[in-house]
Every structure is written in C-alpha cells, then in structure tokens.
Design a protein around this ligand. Structure first.
Ligand code: HMG
Length: 390
C-alpha cells in the first residue's frame, strides 16, 4: 500500500520586512543578508497570529468535508506552542470542525517535530488504511532585535494531509535517523526567544547530513544520481547548500547541475518567509513542487530534516501521477503578492508587543488581520480564537 502526502497547505502572516532595509538599519552590508545568509524578506507575525492560528490557516486551505470526516489523528509539530499542557492540535481540531473521533497531540523536538509526526502518521495509516492524518508544522522564530539570529527569523505553517494512495507523493520505506545531545540551539521555558550557538549549529547541521547521508547510501544502495532533487530544512536558504557541497561530487556532472538548480528552486518560498522551524523543510519541498514546472511524476525527492538539540532524518518520496493538479501554486503566488511591507520600526514594535503573562485579560482587534483564523484575546487565562468563516 502506498502511503504519503495527499495535500499540502501553507500559510504565512500578511506582513513582511525587507532584509535589505533591516541590514541598513543594523549597519550591515545588505549582501550579507541577501547573499551570505540568503534571505530577501522575513514574515512578521502580528499579535493576532500564533502557532495555532498559523497552522489552522494552513490546514483550512486544503481540507474538504470528506477530509474533515476521515481525519482521525492530528499531529502538531511545534517548538513555539502556546500551552505547556494542552496540545495545539486540540485547538486546531476545534477551529476546523474535525471529526470528534480523533486523536490530537503535540510533538516537540525543535525543527524535527513535523517529521516525527509524518513517521507516526505512516504507521497509523498502515494499520488504519481508510484514515487520514493531519500533520502540522507551525512556528514563530524569534531570536531578538539586533541579535545574530535576527536575520533568520520568520513565521508560518505547513499542513500535510497524510493518507493511503496519496495524490502528491508516496513516501518510501527507507529512512535514516540520528540523535546526539548537542547544545546548538535551545529555548528554556522562561524565554520567548531562542538561544543559538550559531557556528556550532551550522557545523552540526552539516555533520548530521553527512553522517545520515552516508548511512542512507549503505542501507538503500541508492546515490545522488537517483534523486531529482533534495529538499532541506532551511533555517536560512544558504544552509542546505553548505550541507550538499561536501557530497555533491558523488553525482554525475549533469546530475550535479540538476541538484543545484532544483536546490535553488526549493529555496524560493523560504527566501521570502524566513525560518518557520518545523515547517521549513516542507515549505522548501512545496517551493520545489510548485515552482519547478517540468518536474515529472515518478521522480524521487529526498528530504533532510534537522531539529537542533539534535535529531536528523533523511527520507524520500516518489511524485505521483497528476501530482501538480493537487498543488496550489496560484493561491500561494497570490498570498505572497498580497502581503504588506512593514518598516523596521514597525517590525520592532510588533516584535515587542507580546501577550500578558500575568493572567490579565486582553482583547485583540482582529479586523487588521486578513487571516480567516485569528487569536482574539485572552480571558481567564484562556486563549480566545476566532474562525471568521466558520
Ligand atoms: P553571523 O555570525 O551573523 O554571520 O550569523 P556570519 O558572519 O557567519 O556570516 C554569514 C554568512 O554571510 C557567511 O557565509 C559570510 O561569509 C557571509 P558562509 O561563510 O557561512 O558561507 N557574508 C557575506 N556575504 C556576502 N557579502 C557580505 C557578507 N558578509 C558576510 N558582505 C548565523 C549567521 C546563521 C549563525 C546566525 O544568523 C544565527 O545564529 N542564526 C540562528 C541559528 C541558525 O539558523 N543555525 C542554522 C543551523 S541549526 C538549524 O537549522 C536548526 C534551527 O532551525 C532551529 C531548530 O531546529 O529548531 C535553527
């Protein structure tokens, strides 16, 4: 039985910051951000968006009534969840009106959470072939104003519907995963900003990819020549390129060119959104699938997932006949085109505007946020969400 990605949804907040303007304001050469790091725009989340609403907005674009009935498992990968106890998946389950006979849980391991969710979903569908699983990767990446990580912030969510006989991509059985205790990036429970040892995190990402890729080759008997493209977790768009560089010579010359070109295409969406942590790899996959016009059914795509701390995994999928008809390239083009630019001072004010942590009540104005699903406030220590179209 084929199991894999049936539909992919994506949502980014309606505000963005131009990285060249950020560079000028930080007295940095803009080429450092746009070339050295490889980011052009950064999604800026208004206070009315959080990990829950971003995910619910991403999922609502793909789910029809039949999906809502068939989904019996919601797995929410996030490292910027809104509650230490209640899972973000339960909120999304309610906001989207999903079948009540469902499991709803949250999974955490930095940017790796959604990948763990996909692997759990595959096992669930193998045992329950008629069911569908909604896997969400949703985050707001925050390092702080004028920190080295600032240029690698972002916000957004990807929603993946996993099912038998998938319309977009069948996932293959071979996969290699690896864990090692490393303090390259972390966020203690008292902080709403992440801490990173930038240099170490880059080194470990590259080392994990090498380690896992070599093991994958041994286990599968496959090599780079067997891949149409590889999508990477992209904390910033230069990162995957750095990981691919030490191994690219293993491919024939024409394959090297193909992998480099497809890598570039797989970074386009991430370049204008920034790091969305758990969703980043799947945003990169979506970028490749929606923007590479001559991708063919039957092609094998590799996916490298890396979650600091650290867990990594390499796994693969085969594009299915007619996969393009089940993508939403035009909607995503419109989503990007309708975003509104904010100035650096506006971005800084939005960044500093945080929700109360002392139990006080707050009511938020959702009229300025064009998203269907928004955070409307906090009352009695309970988040109040609205779905404007439900
Ligand atoms: P930095 O120290 O500001 O930057 O931090 P840098 O000095 O290393 O420069 C960056 C690149 O720009 C370099 O290129 C420079 O040469 C180049 P590289 O040598 O790396 O190829 N450069 C220029 N290029 C053109 N023109 C110029 C110019 N000047 C410099 N004028 C860093 C960069 C990414 C470390 C920082 O932003 C950071 O700490 N970010 C957060 C951590 C991170 O993203 N780590 C990535 C790997 S870990 C990961 O992926 C997991 C993660 O997503 C979290 C999770 O799992 O949950 C982060």
């Amino acid at each position: 039985m084929k199991i894999g990605i049936d539909k992919i949804g994506f949502y980014a907040p309606h505000l963005y910051l131009d990285m060249t303007k950020l560079a000028h304001s930080r007295n940095v050469d803009p080429d450092k951000f746009t070339i050295g790091i490889g980011q052009e725009k950064m999604a800026v989340p208004p206070i009315t968006q959080d990990a829950v609403t971003l995910a619910a907005n991403a999922a609502s674009e793909i789910l029809d009534e039949a999906d809502k009935e068939a989904i019996d498992f919601v797995i929410f990968g996030t490292e910027t969840g809104v509650d230490s106890s209640k899972s973000a998946a339960v909120y999304v389950h309610e906001l989207l009106g999903l079948n009540p006979y469902a499991r709803a849980i949250e999974v955490k391991q930095a940017c790796y959470g959604a990948t763990a969710g996909i692997q759990m979903a595959i096992g669930h569908i193998a045992m329950n072939p008629d069911s569908k699983v909604l896997v969400l990767g949703s985050d707001i990446s925050r390092y702080g104003i004028a920190t080295p990580g600032e240029a690698t912030q972002g916000a957004g969510a990807v929603a993946l519907l996993i099912s038998a006989d998938p319309q977009v991509m069948a996932l293959e059985d071979q996969s290699v995963y690896f864990t090692s205790d490393i303090m390259d990036f972390w966020r203690p429970v008292y902080s709403d900003k992440a801490f990173a040892d930038g240099k170490l995190s880059n080194e470990q990402y590259i080392a994990f990819f090498s380690e896992i890729w070599n093991r994958y080759k041994e286990k599968s008997g496959l090599g780079l020549n067997d891949f149409e493209g590889i999508a990477f977790h992209l904390p910033y768009t230069k990162m995957g390129k750095k990981a691919l560089k030490p191994v690219i010579d293993e491919a024939d010359n024409d394959v090297q060119e193909r992998l480099k070109e497809n890598y570039q295409i797989s970074t386009e969406y991430n370049r204008v959104v920034g790091n969305i942590y758990t969703g980043s790899l799947y945003l990169s996959l979506l970028s490749l699938l929606e923007l590479k016009s001559d991708l063919k059914a039957g092609s094998r795509i590799g996916m490298f997932s890396y979650g600091s701390g650290a867990v990594g995994e390499f796994f693969t999928g085969i594009l299915q006949d007619g996969f393009r008809e089940h993508l939403r390239a035009a909607q995503h083009r419109n989503m990007f085109a309708s975003r509104k630019e904010v100035t650096v001072p506006e971005y800084e004010a939005i960044f500093e505007e945080t929700l109360p942590t002392d139990g006080s009540t707050v009511k938020l104005d959702t009229n300025n946020d064009p998203a269907d699903i928004c955070l409307a406030g906090i009352s009695d220590d309970k988040r109040q969400y609205v779905n404007k179209v439900k």
